[in-house]
Design a protein around this ligand. Sequence first.
Ligand code: PAF
Length: 298
Amino acid sequence: MRIVKTVRELQAVADAERVAGLRIALVPTLGALHAGHLSLVDEARRRADRVWVSIFVNPTQFDDERDLEAYPRTLAADLARCREAGVDAVFLPPAEEMYPAGDPTWVEVAGLTQSLCGAARPGHFRGVTTIVAKLLLAAKPHVAVFGEKDFQQLVVIRRMARDLGFDVEIVGAPIVREADGIALSSRNARLDPEARAQARVLSRALAAVERAVAADERDTARLLHLVRSEIEKAPRAEIDYAELRDPESLEPVPPRLSGPALVALAVWLRPAVRGSGPGVRLIDNRVLHPPNGQEDPP
Ligand code: PAF
């Protein structure tokens, strides 16, 4: 497995692979790799001859300094996982390689980034789109794979790639869950056992609303009430947002569902002792599909 630390070297390798007629897939990550990331690697492998993983804890997407400091750095284990998974190259740039000194150039998607996580985390998506644009320019991949757990991120990156004319296919890979339903996330490691047990309310709320839609409940307010009341069963859970949105535009859905809808959740799991820190913020989502053939007439 090749380790590459500079943009120039990665671009040179990309040029050589492309001349040889090989397809490159990139899996951008912040490190702290878990089974969710490995599923992205598997998806990348299905779509390309070469699988590259980037590991870079991107400072500009952390809106809170404490969150950046608390982000787990597990490089030796990450590299071992990549090797085991048959990754061909890991891009491991130092910070100054991605952000040369001076005021940075930003890449920013308007509109889509104003709501949901964008409202709660100012500047976050600007950091994400800036680093992803830089990674795409460095790796020149044919395909780049991102997890659907960060659904808004995926929608924003798709829009950026389309608007800037990147010659790359942006692929979303399904959420990977623990046996009890919790979506895999590097943040789960920061939950104490009680918070970990209570975090199950997120996937339970998604399952409940999915069952309701399958039983032909279309009333948006009633669906949202169902989601909220499931989450409120956990005493340490505090809703940041629980919303029903159009899966492409991320606009709020009409009062009566007439097509696919994204249920997007962000929930704080507060510490057992109030005042001892903000706790851990988890996100999860599901796209709901009203039963076939029962769409409302236009
Ligand atoms: O989803 C992530 O891990 C990050 O936001 C990404 C896409 C690697 C950009 O730093």
